[in-house]
Design a protein around this ligand. Structure first.
Ligand code: MSP
Length: 500
């Protein structure tokens, strides 16, 4: 139970990361860091989905060799995640030779177990989503997500997905918390009730860029099947020493956006059942970041925000903070203006000002020396301990925005406490200022420690100014943890305001 395996989707490499893909990754990273903070041993996987028509077309559009294009784009993703302080353990690539071998082994196993057959596929394909659709699924001649589709009639291989219908319905009924938020369980259930077999190949004559089927090299594996399998291999299945796989897999949580819920909550469990492997523990789906017309922000709409440009403007911690404040699981409109406003209000004005204010007062009243803790506990310190418990509860419930709300409330109250006590009015009366300033700084310590998974760089910097190393949850949830007697300095503001 002390382990946790967290994954992001593997991103298509047809283009560089955008605000939507950055959102999926940052949120998963924040959860991963929170669980490390709570002393869990975690394995965090992200990576890229490099096969399929979409990727092949992107390389052709640039007149590049497809593998060279993938290598270049994988580096772009790695660099972007580095710039957003994403701390992963595994960066998974589906063009690696290990992955190709494992996918072939898996497909052969499913074939040998009698779950694959040959037939003619007649239907529609959305290259943008890499999804097959039946005529009846189309809405106004497009995919349900509004993407262009093309007609396909060709011989292909099929996975007997429909055979797992009852087993999957049973699993969904027995595990009502399998999908987060549980409100999306119905969408999945209604899809499963009409479950059909899945086309899992593309003829090489039309699509070269993929992993050959082990039992018919004229075909490549359907890109979703190829990519989904990463989750088990990334956790160590079929590695020479795969002893850890089971313990990671038992505690696996897939973070995904709601648009890819069916592939994760239906295709993926059925493939695992066909491989006779257990299902992941949980699938957590987040909402969409919307543009000003309240549509999903997407590359094709041309209204996508560049996460690196945003991070350069306001700082990467501030972008992470903005993502964490979005009501988790729901759609949310975003714009550059909203992100800057959140930075100015929550980080520059609230947190940043509090840091400057308390340290300035300690400098001017106490020559920068931290006083001893007051003889009795202040109610604000008691509140800070309650905040620790609430943050832990909310993170375990995936309500990250509520955790952020509680921390913000604590910071608001600390600012209010300073205004009410107004130590600047009796700055030379050390006996009176010392307990106030100790209390404010000790509560600030708790708030900033709780923010470490969200704003890792700025929080470390604040803690350093308080004379403290990175804090564990155990240390955070104790009162009076400042080092009395050390000298602190105010230094320059951590979150300068950004002009709109
Ligand atoms: N390659 C597949 C996933 C395979 S996983 C085995 C894929 N890739 S993707 O590049 O399209 O990235 C998808 C991720 O980005 C999803 O989690 C999706 O929800 C997220 N987002 C893309 N646009 C988004 C928004 N506008 N808002 C929030 N997230 C969105 O699908």
């Amino acid at each position: 139970m002390n382990k946790l395996y967290i994954t992001t989707p593997l991103y298509y490499v047809n283009d560089k990361p955008h605000a939507g893909t950055a959102y999926s990754t940052v949120i998963a990273d924040i959860f991963n860091r929170f669980h490390q903070f709570f002393s869990k041993e975690t394995l965090f996987l992200t990576g890229v989905d490099e096969h399929g028509q979409k990727c092949q077309q992107a390389a052709e559009g640039k007149n590049m060799d497809v593998q060279d294009h993938c290598d270049e784009m994988a580096q772009v993703f790695i660099k972007t995640w580095e710039n957003l302080s994403i701390k992963y353990d595994v960066f998974y690539r589906t063009t690696s030779s290990e992955h190709k071998q494992c996918v072939q082994k898996a497909l052969q196993k499913i074939f040998d177990r009698g779950f694959i057959y040959e037939s003619t596929y007649e239907g529609w394909y959305s290259v943008s989503e890499e999804i097959f659709y039946k005529e009846k699924d189309l809405v106004d001649g497009k995919s349900p997500q509004g993407k262009l589709v093309t007609k396909i009639t060709e011989k292909n291989y099929f996975f007997k997905m429909s055979q797992f219908k009852n087993q999957l319905i049973q699993h969904l009924q027995d595990h009502p918390d399998f999908i987060y938020p549980s409100t999306r369980q119905n969408e999945v259930l209604s899809f499963v009730k009409n479950l059909e077999d899945l086309c899992i190949s593309r003829p090489k004559s039309r699509l070269k860029w993929g992993i050959p089927l082990p039992f018919d090299s004229d075909y490549v594996v359907y890109v979703w099947v190829d990519a989904l399998l990463n989750y088990i291999f990334g956790a160590g299945l079929w590695k020479e020493s795969d002893s850890d796989f089971e313990s990671w897999w038992k505690e696996s949580v897939h973070f995904i956006g709601k648009d890819i819920l069916i592939t994760h909550a239906v295709y993926w469990p059925c493939l695992l059942m066909a491989l006779d492997l257990p299902l992941p523990k949980k699938i957590v789906s987040h909402g969409w970041l919307l543009n000003q017309d309240l549509e999903k922000m997407s590359k094709s709409q041309g209204d996508i925000l560049d996460p690196l440009e945003l991070a350069q403007q306001i700082g990467h911690d501030s972008l992470r903070y903005f993502f964490s404040s979005v009501r988790f699981g729901h759609d949310a409109p975003i714009s550059q203006k909203m992100i800057i406003q959140e930075h100015n209000q929550s980080l520059a004005n609230n947190l940043g000002n509090l840091v400057q204010r308390v340290l300035t007062l300690i400098e001017s009243s106490l020559a920068g020396t931290l006083p001893p803790p007051p003889s009795s506990l202040h109610p604000l310190q008691e509140k800070s301990m309650e905040t620790c418990e609430k943050v832990s509860k909310y993170i375990h419930e995936f309500s990250i925005h509520m955790a952020v709300f509680e921390i913000t409330e604590l910071l608001n109250q600390t600012n209010k406490f300073l205004e009410e006590t107004a130590p600047w009015n009796f700055i030379s009366e050390k006996d009176k200022t010392a307990p106030i300033l100790y209390t404010a700084l000790d509560v600030l310590r708790v708030a900033v420690s709780l923010l470490q998974p969200i704003i890792p760089n700025a929080s470390q910097e604040v803690l350093r100014r308080l004379g403290l190393p990175p804090q564990s949850f155990e240390q955070t949830k104790k009162v009076n943890q400042l080092k009395s007697g050390i000298v602190v300095k105010k230094e320059s503001p951590i979150f300068p305001r950004v002009r709109l």
